[in-house]
Design a protein around this ligand. Sequence first.
Ligand SMILES: Nc1ncnc2c1ncn2[C@@H]1O[C@H](COP(=O)(O)OP(=O)(O)OP(=O)(O)O)[C@@H](O)[C@H]1O
Ligand SMILES: [Mg+2]
Length: 496
Amino acid sequence: MVGELKMQNIVKTFGPVTALRDVTFTAGPGTVHALCGENGAGKSTLMKVLAGVFPPDSGEIFLDGHKRIFTHPRQALEAGISMLYQELDLAEHLTVYENIFLGREMRKKVPFVIDRRAMINQTLQNCKRYGFDLDPEATIRSLTPGQCQIVELLKALMKNARVIVMDEPTSSLSEGEAVQLFKIVHQLRKLRLTIIYISHRMEEVKILADQISVLRDGAVVAAGSASQMDIPTVVRHMAGRELKDYYPVRTSNPGPTLFEANHLSSEEGIRDISFSIRCGEIVGMAGLVGAGRSETARAIFGIRPLTGGSIRLNGRPVKIRRPSKAIKKGIAYLTEDRKRSGLCTILPCSWNMTLPNYPRIGMRLLLNLHKEQKLCRSYGEKVAVKWASPQAPVCSLSGGNQQKLLIGRWLMARSEFLIFDEPTRGIDVGAKKEVYHLLTELAAEGKGVLMISSELPELFGICDRILVMRRGRLVGDLNTRDTSPEKVMHLAAVEE
Ligand SMILES: Nc1ncnc2c1ncn2[C@@H]1O[C@H](COP(=O)(O)OP(=O)(O)OP(=O)(O)O)[C@@H](O)[C@H]1O
Ligand SMILES: [Mg+2]
């Protein structure tokens, strides 16, 4: 069939790990094909095989019925296969049109002279054609994550992409931007493109997908039309079991005040933030993208200096000027962007886990390697991270497993006050449930948890209280029991 993509009997191993075992996958033009599966199921690997990043050990790829062999991403691109990666691939200091034409600039008839006007015009025409609202002359640095994604998409379309792979495209978008992306996806479908859409958010799969394939442990366990597969069925196939008790039942019994922020202001634009957290409490922090939630966390953890205000821990004033001091005082911070500011991806899992924990494993003269391994294995087990061994490099772990590893790190640090910034971003439904249970256990042990999240259902699922931020200020401190998602949204969005 014209425009049909077929991947047949694909096998891909990484040393001892079999990432894909005999996967057959077809997608037709004018459809959105959702690829679902738990963390480490093989979704990204399958798409990287398609995009020519990894050659398969065996198996074949057919496009329009013709067999294609891609040994380099460029060949896949030329065949019309574009992959939008989660980490942006744009040159930040260049403009939109410069990025789009990078390496294939249009030239005037005079030798060596670049035709800027022509490139700007062509970018504009294409924006119009696809209904994108972009300024070709804006620099990438000045754009929001959603706009950057549109630039990537435009770049792919202008290279005549016919198959577009989106790997968790909404994970760094605000709600409004996500809605816009959905509209774009609908439009690309109308233009007869093939969209392969990977997401852990089942609501998105429900809204967008025409076809669904479910991967589990590197094999396709279900595939078919979305109208014949409801979400609970998809989730059951993903997990291979029923998922019950999604949110843990909590008996909250808060103790004395653990952490107090008094009138905090920072260079990054947060102003006059005051709140407290008691031992055994899980407190959520809601707000739109840019409301100052991560900025608050960074100020508390000593990454950005405070310009005003003070912090108390266990009733005593503390001054935190660097993260190392925060860690020593028993504060943990799981950042929202694990690749950029959480992990050293080329280093082994064990090192990443023990990095802030050296004092506990005898750093004075030599590292106690035996103790390090033992601790890593035990905390790895506690958070159920899937790795070949603690020595495997972090980049060999799937996204969700990287997140679990980081949670393990802070459990190992035995921190008293834990700040989790979007802890369930990019992790599958089963792993989310595990994270909720882990947070609840921490609280039951008397620790204090501040959970920043853009997903209201999870805040309402496990938090005792919800703080609401807007434009750098704290605009609400609500008991979860006495409030509603509508109230929180209203506070987060509306200017009085
Ligand atoms: N470069 C690599 N080296 C070694 N193993 C790898 C590599 N890339 C992936 N793997 C392994 O292949 C398996 C599938 O990983 P993949 O990244 O495809 O999962 P995924 O379904 O995309 O998961 P997630 O939802 O967490 O992103 C995992 O066991 C992973 O550890
Ligand atoms: Mg992935």
